[in-house]
Design a protein around this ligand. Structure first.
Ligand code: PBG
Length: 346
């Protein structure tokens, strides 16, 4: 009998009735758990964000993102090959240029670092990976904003939505010319998906897909990314990225991007916005992606380095949660590691 039997009997609590319904039967063995698992991760659904930096002769570690580096063109090629061999679905390229200017002209320069990286990766892997680009000016502007700034008048210094659209068009076309299979506008300008779709179609790139950063929040979780792209943002992004308080708006942005021609809609960050992922997934007629961003990565790595959490289990659980919430594609800095782990399992 129970060690607490005397305690309970003294108070007149009857013995508990054995349950007839036992969910634990589905958890009895590893094989049983595997058999009934509702959500599974596959390498093909993972996308690896990678950084390529101009003017370096060997890869430079990103301090706030242990395990992540800024690549040279050569190490980028090797990384792309490793990603393809691991079976992941996509590589998402971010450029770190040596020079920046007020309009971000390096973004649509065919010889700009991002476009050279795209061409190098495409030559290396062909169609084995979906080669995807960040289509946003912040890596290329001297002020670090995702668009160009108004120069005159009472609104001087504001990010100029409509003037920025043409620059996104130029950037997307240059990326398509370099060989991108997919472009990903992440600047949160109104109308950016429609503008880019029109420019791609007008230049014969109707097969180049658009991964839209639809519900992109003004998040402090992007902190480590700023080091990765060496961006020093003047001010903040509160007038164009979404307010973290707003859930309904995430759905609106996603549906708007679908109407403008997005092939995939994305929610970003992922972990702190799983409600938005679930809501967009329930309503979207196109595939839904989520971006597990630099801060999400850094927090896990930092706690794991101190021995405060079990690194690999938390990594897997964090990505599984994003898929469980409804994302079919996950951008994560652990993409290759996870894919290699899944692939090597018996
Ligand atoms: C903008 C962009 C950012 C990230 C991806 N694209 C930075 C920002 O919006 O401030 C952040 C990604 C990350 O934190 O991992 N080009």
């Amino acid at each position: 009998s129970s060690p607490a039997a005397g305690f309970l009997a003294a108070r007149g609590v009857p013995a508990p009735v054995p349950p007839v319904v036992r969910p634990r039967r589905g958890r009895t063995t590893s094989a049983m758990r595997g058999l009934v698992a509702q959500t599974r991760l596959a390498p093909a659904q993972l996308a690896a964000p990678v950084f390529v930096r101009e003017g370096i002769s060997s890869p430079v570690p990103v301090e706030a993102m242990p395990g992540v580096v800024q690549h040279t063109l050569d190490s980028l090629r090797r990384e792309a090959t490793a990603c393809a061999e691991a079976g992941i679905g996509a590589i998402v390229l971010f450029g770190v240029p040596q020079k920046r200017d007020a309009v971000g002209s390096g973004a649509w320069d065919g010889e700009g670092i991002l476009n050279r990286g795209v061409a190098a990766v495409r030559a290396e892997v062909g169609d084995a990976l979906v080669v995807c680009t960040d289509t946003c000016l912040d890596e290329f502007t001297s002020h670090g904003h995702c668009g160009i700034l108004r120069e005159h008048g009472p609104r001087a210094g504001e990010v100029d939505n409509d003037a920025t659209l043409a620059l996104y068009q130029a950037m997307a076309v240059a990326q398509a010319e370099a060989g991108a299979h997919m472009v990903s506008p992440s600047g949160m300008m109104d109308g950016q998906v429609a503008a880019i779709r029109a420019a791609l179609d007008a230049t014969g790139h109707e097969d180049v897909a658009i991964l839209a950063y639809s519900a992109k929040y003004a998040s402090a979780y992007y902190g480590p990314f700023r080091e990765a792209v060496r961006s020093t943002l003047r001010g903040d992004r509160l007038t164009y990225q979404q307010d973290p308080a707003n859930r309904r708006e995430g759905l609106r942005e996603a549906l708007l991007d679908v109407a403008e021609g997005a092939d995939i809609v994305m929610v970003k960050p992922a972990g702190p916005y799983l409600d938005v992922v679930a809501e967009v997934a329930a309503a979207s007629p196109v595939p839904v992606a989520a971006y597990q961003v630099s801060g999400e990565y850094a927090m896990v790595e930092a706690a794991a380095a101190r021995g405060w959490i079990e690194r690999e289990r938390v990594v897997m659980e964090s990505v599984l949660g994003i898929v469980r919430a409804g994302a079919s594609t996950v951008l994560t800095y652990w993409a290759r590691e996870i894919a290699e782990g899944i692939g090597s399992r018996p």
